[in-house]
Ligand binder design. Structure first.
Ligand SMILES: Cc1cc2nc3c(=O)[nH]c(=O)nc-3n(C[C@H](O)[C@H](O)[C@H](O)COP(=O)(O)OP(=O)(O)OC[C@H]3O[C@@H](n4cnc5c(N)ncnc54)[C@H](O)[C@@H]3O)c2cc1C
Length: 447
């Protein structure tokens, strides 16, 4: 693997870097090249970062508010997370489930969160319809699988609370009911969420890029923002392709934001690696030995979670935590650990190797919740989805646009304050290492 961009240490994001070599890009029919027209000297609104957040925000500003938008991307659209994620469309974001939101903010607020997350799923559907995007949506149904007996009891209680407090049509599957969905010695029960499903994230990304461009957004690829100077009337931006002035500025760069570009964002969003492996297509007998059927999609209850799904061509995608620094990612131990975890989860697949392996940075916030906010210098941003950002990033893009246009956003903590800075910003990787050690112990012996 060539040297891997690491936003925790890099002071700028290089340009002209190809998409990460993944199952998604290997199976894409044609590329997503955007030409490099000359950058204008002036722009009304500049959005930086052409992932789901930036594309959704730029589209909303152009389509709904008729504003002129320049969208800058250091590489090709979606080069960050949005071309390389696992494609789990989830109802939610951050690291807090509805019960935790209720405990922290009260029932009424938690219900509002649930409603907002429902709007995020709808936002995805609306954009897919507007762009006529075929992103290979699979049959809905997502399992949160208990990896211990105790976790299964907790999931059962959780199912009752979600039905009662949120009228959420989840169901609990005990160990015997689960045998019809997955044959795994490590599955003790599961919560089934009815409205989550798998997609091809790269097809979604390309469809959104096309939709934004057709709405009038000017996309400048291979254009990396290097510095921001606040002028009285806006912002002077220095980029790898020249400089330009804009009246309003949105940073949709999330976990890929290089250090120093916007210190507030850097302090509030920790880039954390997540890795994925994908097997060859499984045979009919392998599928039946595992008990897997089309659309199968799951995550376990570990603190260091594994997530896995059956792709439309019957390959198994399996993902989880990875190295801490970009420099360490090339070590073969990381995909090997995932492969071992896959074999433990589905022993019928023992000996089956992976054909694809790749990784990317997710943005983790200090209080486990993302934010759509503004810095003290008036720069708008959305970040910190903690690895659950496909549906919510699209709503966050819309909320960013609305905020920029002076509209009132729903009264949720997501929109009421900036990202909280991590204490001891410089020691965050050490703390992450310590957390991984503790979580590994807790997953084995305490949960
Ligand atoms: C391995 C992996 C698996 C995941 N799986 C899932 C999943 O199954 N479900 C889910 O909901 N979420 C998942 N996620 C998270 C999800 O992909 C992200 O939350 C989402 O894509 C974030 O979109 P974004 O537009 O905010 O950020 P990104 O897609 O990362 O976009 C930011 C863009 O900004 C650009 N940029 C950064 N700095 C600059 C600069 N200085 N100048 C110009 N451009 C710049 C980057 O090149 C990048 O393209 C996963 C993430 C990873 C890494």
């Amino acid at each position: 693997m060539p040297s891997f961009y690491d936003p925790y240490v890099a002071t700028s994001l290089p340009t002209d870097v190809s998409y990460v070599s993944s199952y998604w890009t290997a199976n894409a029919i044609n590329s997503c090249d955007h030409n490099a027209a000359a950058l204008p000297e002036q722009a009304e609104i500049v959005v930086v970062g052409a992932g789901y957040t930036g594309l959704s925000c730029a589209y909303e500003l152009s389509q709904r508010y008729n504003r002129k938008v320049v969208l800058l991307e250091a590489n090709q659209p979606g080069w960050g997370c949005s071309s390389r994620n696992a494609g789990f469309v989830l109802r939610g974001t951050g690291r807090l489930g509805l019960s935790q939101l209720k405990a922290r903010f009260g029932l009424e607020q938690a219900q509002l969160f649930h409603q907002e997350y429902g709007l995020a799923l709808q936002r995805l559907k609306d954009l897919v319809a507007a762009g006529n995007i075929d992103c290979q949506a699979q049959t809905p149904g997502y399992l949160k699988i208990a990896h211990t007996v105790k976790q299964a009891q907790l999931l059962q209680q959780q199912a009752e609370r979600l039905q009662r407090d949120f009228a959420y049509a989840v169901s609990f599957l005990d160990q015997s009911a689960l045998q019809g969905c997955i044959n795994s010695p490590g599955a003790f029960g599961a919560l089934r969420l009815p409205d989550c499903y798998g997609i091809n994230p790269f097809l979604l990304l390309r469809g959104l890029a096309g939709l934004a461009e057709r709405s009038g957004v000017k996309v400048f690829a291979n254009t990396s923002l290097r510095a921001i100077n606040h002028t009285g009337a806006g912002y002077q931006l220095t980029t790898s392709a020249g400089s330009l002035h804009c009246e309003q500025l949105v940073l949709a760069t999330n976990a890929y934001t290089p250090k120093n570009i916007l210190p507030e964002l850097n302090r509030g969003c920790l880039p954390v690696l997540s890795s994925i492996i994908v097997t060859r297509p499984l045979t009919a007998s392998e599928l039946s030995a595992c008990g897997l059927t089309p659309g199968f999609m799951a995550m376990d209850t570990r603190a260091l979670k594994y997530y896995y799904r059956l792709l439309p061509d019957n390959r198994l995608l399996f993902g989880g935590r990875s190295a801490i620094s970009g420099a360490d990612l090339a070590k073969p131990q990381y995909p090997a650990q995932l492969r071992q975890a896959l074999w433990q989860t589905l022993p019928a697949l023992q000996g089956i190797d992976y054909q694809y392996h790749w990784a990317g940075w997710v943005g983790v916030s200090y209080d486990d919740l993302p934010r759509v906010a503004q810095t003290s210098e008036g720069i708008y941003y959305a970040a910190g989805y903690c690895g659950s950002g496909i549906s919510y990033s699209l709503l966050a893009g819309q909320r960013l646009a609305e905020k920029l246009m002076g509209e009132t956003l729903p009264p949720l903590p997501l929109y009421q304050s900036p990202l909280q800075p991590f204490p001891f910003t410089r020691g965050r990787r050490l703390a992450q290492y310590a957390y991984y050690q503790w979580a590994q112990f807790a997953d084995r012996f305490l949960s």
